[in-house]
Design a protein around this ligand. Structure first.
Ligand SMILES: [Zn+2]
Length: 63
């Protein structure tokens, strides 16, 4: 059985901005034009910083 009170909030490298206090995810993270910023959580009323993790990969193929 999983103890929900000890459940670790995953807020690193998520596909949405996630509140580090309560774990609520922002469904409209992609609308942020900045790569980092300050966000106010409407769920737990805490303010937190976020940054966008950008990873670039390359693919190639034979001509
Ligand atoms: Zn929150």
């Amino acid at each position: 059985m999983e103890n929900k009170n000890n459940k670790k909030i995953n807020y690193d490298f998520t596909d949405e901005i996630t509140c580090p206090y309560c774990g609520v995810r922002e469904s409209d993270s992609w609308e942020n034009n900045e790569n980092d910023g300050k966000e106010y959580c409407g769920s737990c009323y805490n303010t937190f910083f976020w940054e966008r993790n950008i990873s670039i990969t390359y693919s190639s193929s034979k001509e």
